[in-house]
Design a protein around this ligand. Structure first.
Ligand code: PCA
Length: 200
């Protein structure tokens, strides 16, 4: 049975929770379609995220590394097409390359359009393919997992889904003026995404 490494992030910035962490924890140990899920929470810190993710990749040999993160303000699930070779610290000016002499952008090794359609049609949730994952930790983990696979000739696929706030979080954290989706629904959306990528 193939393994899917499903990563989420710890809370960061103004947020006290992160739906990506909650979903990775919720699906940890479960079977989705034909795949066994290993859920992993990553720190929102450049270098610490990859240290933890690379150790899990070496240990678990996943067929798919699907990373999740929060994009407060997103109106739907955003399946990222690209990661760019740029990183910006929170509240700092300027951007630097993630990998010196690395490709300017790497394409997620899943079909973002197909995954977004599967989330809409099978989970009944709004989702769209999206250009790229920004220049903070979410972009960093996607770029790094794609680069690591290339560098070591590993055969896993890698992708990223940005999530809106959960409704529960929006209410608990005074964020009700921003768009949100129920956490249970987003769990179904992520399950649909995993099924779509891992089925034959
Ligand atoms: N979202 C941030 C980092 C962690 C997270 O959940 C991002 O979009 O980069």
């Amino acid at each position: 049975m193939p393994t899917v490494l499903l990563t989420g992030f710890e809370p960061f910035g103004e947020f006290k929770s992160n739906p990506s962490q909650q979903i990775a924890e919720r699906l940890d140990g479960q079977t989705v379609g034909e795949a066994r899920i290993v859920g992993l929470t990553l720190p929102v810190a450049f270098g610490e995220d990859t240290a933890r993710a690379f150790a899990a990749i070496a240990d678990r040999h996943p067929a798919l590394v699907l990373s999740l993160g929060l994009n407060a303000g997103a109106t739907c699930l955003e399946v990222e097409r690209f990661a760019v070779n740029l990183r910006a610290e929170a509240h700092a000016e300027g951007q630097t390359p993630i990998i010196a002499d690395g490709f300017a952008a790497l394409s997620a090794t899943l079909d973002a359009e197909r995954v977004a359609r599967a989330i809409r049609e099978r989970a009944g949730l709004p989702a769209q393919a999206h250009s790229y994952a920004g220049s903070y930790l979410c972009n960093h983990i996607l770029y790094q997992t794609l680069h690591y696979a290339q560098q070591w000739d590993l055969r896993y696929r890698a992708g990223f889904i940005h999530l809106p706030l959960s409704c529960e979080q929006a209410i608990a954290e005074g964020q009700w003026h921003r768009p949100s989706l129920p956490l249970d629904s987003m769990v179904m959306g992520v399950r649909a995404a995993i099924e779509e990528v891992t089925r034959g």
